[in-house]
Ligand binder design. Sequence first.
Ligand code: GRF
Length: 205
Amino acid sequence: MNIAVFASGRGSNFQAILNAIDAGLLPARIAVLISNKSDAGAFEIARARNIPTSHLSLKLFASEEKFAEAMLHVLSEHQTEFIALAGYLKRIPVQVVLQYHNRMANIHPALLPAFGGAGMYGHYVHEAVLASGVKVSGATVHVVNEEFDRGPIIMQKTVDINPEDTPDSLAAKVLTVEHEIFPLALKAFAEGRVRFEGKKAWIIS
Ligand code: GRF
């Protein structure tokens, strides 16, 4: 399965996906790495492996339509079959969401539908989780649809919260399970084992 990865930051989830491919766990290849930030660490990871990269930022385009058009062009010229949002902090244009219906997944560092939506990214998520007093957090892989962070959930894994946890210590625990479940969820897509029933999705064995 040809995967386009979108990343805005250091790219540790992108690296986890590459590790799963190298280990023979994930039957896929990375067709292109797309980022909105020209200095994203994910670009270094891609360049080191001769993976094509593309810097796409709305700021570089006259309109959202032109931006979406350019994004769709990059995706199609690399024969993209699936999009993985690996720490991508911008909204995907609706034209792209529609074109890749049920073929785009995001990793979120909390147990959606809780602690999701606008502003819930990076340390803000973990601060909100700790402030709420919940005893578990975790990571969620979900399909991206028109509603931010509300698409069908594919896979989740929890981590325990203890009284000494800080946003940083919680982020580290959650990142560990992100790196476990994102490749496994992508593997299920690559192997055609994801079933959709209305707003729900299930992985079949
Ligand atoms: C991760 O915590 C992910 O859940 C969130 O952004 C972060 C990306 O980290 N969407 P990385 O760039 O994959 O290391």
